[in-house]
Each structure stands twice: as structure tokens, then as C-alpha cells.
Ligand binder design. Structure first.
Ligand code: PAF
Length: 282
């Protein structure tokens, strides 16, 4: 596995791979890799000749007072995991390698960034869209791979790629969960034992709504209220940021289920802000 810190050297590798006729895949991450990331890298390795993994804790997607400094990091373990899953190149730039001191170019996708996580994290998606756009310009991949846990991010990046006519497919892969249902996340390390015990309730509440939808409940406010009641009982330490039912493609709230819809939640449990989602199929 080749290792790069310098954007130009990484791009030269990507250009050389393309010139040799290789199909290439990029897996952008913020590091502290877990089995969820591993599944993305393995998928990329099974579907492309060259697999690039980027590890970059992107400062511009953190708002004031968020966990940029505390965000867990373990570059040595990340490198070993990426290589064992089939990465052919690892890109680990420093913030100054990506952003010039007078950086002033931003990518925004406002209609998909306003709701859900964007409501409490107003600069987050501007930072995500900008850094992913930069990474795509450096890596020039045929496909970029993201987890479906960050469904809003995935929908927004698909729209960005479409609107900018990027020659890159955005692939979303299923959420990887612990045996008890908790979605894997680098931020799960913030959970204390009592919070960890309640955290699987997040997904259980979503499955409860999915069962109601399957049984014929189509009214979004009723489904949201059912999830909220489930959390009040099973995740009492949780502070709900949002519970929403949205159109899976444009992530706009829906009033009723006309077809598959996405139930999406964010809940603060102690220091951790957890997100999860589930497709509801009426
Ligand atoms: O999902 C993440 O880990 C990040 O938002 C991403 C896509 C790597 C951009 O920094």
C-alpha cells in the first residue's frame, strides 16, 4: 500500500493508475476506522483495481464548540486496517495540505443541507461537500463509497456529483451494526457504560416504526410520535435532536408514506450525538 500526505503526489498516483487503465475507487473517511469502514474498503477492493482510502479529520465540517479536537484518532491502526481490507493507497493529509490559509472556495447544496443534521449543524454540510469535492478532484475515482448511516450526506453528495457533472459514481453501502443493533460509529467511544446500554434503543425505535408502517400506518406524525414514545421509555438518558420521516432521495420531510420513506433520527446520549435511520416500507 502506497502512503501519501502530499495532495499532488496522491493525484499523480491516481493519474498513473487511470493511465494504466485501472478502475479506481475512493473511500473517504475521518479515520478511527471500524468494521463499517472496513466493509466499504472491502466492497471497493472487490469492485475496483485501485482502492484509495483517505483519512482526514476535516476541520471545516465541525462547528464552533463541536468535537474537532476530541475526535478520536489512531493513524497507525487505520493504516493497518485499510491495508488488510485491500487499500492500494492511503492518503493522510494535514489540514494545511488541503486548505490554503486563504482558502475561499466552498461547495453548498442548500436544499439538502437545511433539515435534519443541518438544522443543528449549520456549517457541517458545506464542509463535507467542499472536502469531498476536493478529494474527488485529487483521486479522480470512478466510484466513491460512503456508508448509509450518514444518509443525508450520501443524498447530498449524490446531488452534488449530479449537479457538477462529476465523472464519478457515488455508491452507498448498508449500515454495519453491533450484535445489539447499535450502528457502528467512531463516536461510539464517547458513550459511557449506562449510555452504551441504552444506545441500541435508537435502532429498536426505528424498527418499531418500520413494523407499524408495514402494518399499514402511513401518517408521518403518528410514526414520529411512536418513535418518540419508544425513546422516552427505552432511551431515557437520550436528548432527541430530531425524529423525521423524509423522502429518501431529497431528504425533505413527508406528511404521509406514499412509498418507501426514511425514518431518520439524531439523539444526544451524554457526549455522543448518535444518528441512525431505517427505510419504512408501507
Ligand atoms: O462521513 C465521513 O466520515 C465524513 O463526513 C467524510 C465523508 C469523510 C468527509 O469528511
Amino acid at each position: 500500500m502506497h502512503r501519501f500526505n502530499d495532495p499532488k503526489e496522491f493525484q499523480e498516483q491516481a493519474l498513473a493508475d487511470r493511465a494504466r487503465g485501472k478502475t479506481t475507487a475512493l473511500v473517504p473517511t475521518m479515520g478511527f476506522l471500524h468494521e463499517g469502514h472496513a466493509s466499504l474498503i472491502r466492497w471497493a477492493a472487490a469492485n475496483a483495481d485501485a482502492v484509495y482510502v483517505s483519512v482526514f479529520v476535516n476541520p471545516t465540517q465541525f462547528g464552533p464548540g463541536e468535537d474537532l479536537e476530541a475526535y478520536p484518532r489512531d493513524p497507525g491502526r487505520d493504516a493497518a486496517l485499510a491495508e488488510s481490507c485491500g487499500a492500494t493507497a492511503l492518503f493522510m493529509p494535514a489540514p494545511g495540505d488541503i486548505y490554503a490559509p486563504d482558502h475561499c472556495t466552498w461547495v453548498e447544496v442548500p436544499p439538502l443541507a437545511r433539515h435534519l443534521c443541518g438544522a443543528s449543524r449549520p456549517v457541517h454540510f458545506r464542509g463535507v461537500a467542499t472536502v469531498v469535492s476536493i478529494l474527488l478532484h485529487l483521486a479522480l475515482p470512478h466510484v466513491a463509497v460512503f456508508g448509509q448511516k450518514d444518509w443525508q450526506q450520501l443524498a447530498l453528495l449524490r446531488r452534488m456529483a449530479r449537479d457538477l457533472h462529476l465523472p464519478c459514481r457515488i455508491e452507498g453501502r448498508p449500515i454495519v451494526r453491533e450484535a445489539d443493533g447499535l450502528a457502528l460509529s467512531s463516536r461510539n467511544v464517547y458513550l459511557g457504560p449506562a449510555e452504551r446500554a441504552q444506545a441500541p434503543g435508537l435502532h429498536a425505535g426505528l424498527l418499531h416504526a418500520a413494523a407499524l408502517a408495514r402494518d399499514g400506518q402511513r401518517d408521518a406524525p403518528t410514526l414520529k410520535a411512536a418513535i418518540a414514545a419508544y425513546y422516552a421509555e427505552h432511551v431515557p438518558a437520550g436528548e432527541v435532536d430530531y425524529i423525521e420521516i423524509v423522502d429518501p432521495e431529497n431528504v425533505q420531510p413527508v406528511a404521509a408514506l406514499e412509498g418507501p420513506a426514511l425514518a431518520a433520527v439524531a439523539v444526544r446520549l451524554g457526549r455522543a450525538r448518535l444518528i441512525d435511520n431505517e427505510l419504512l416500507r408501507p
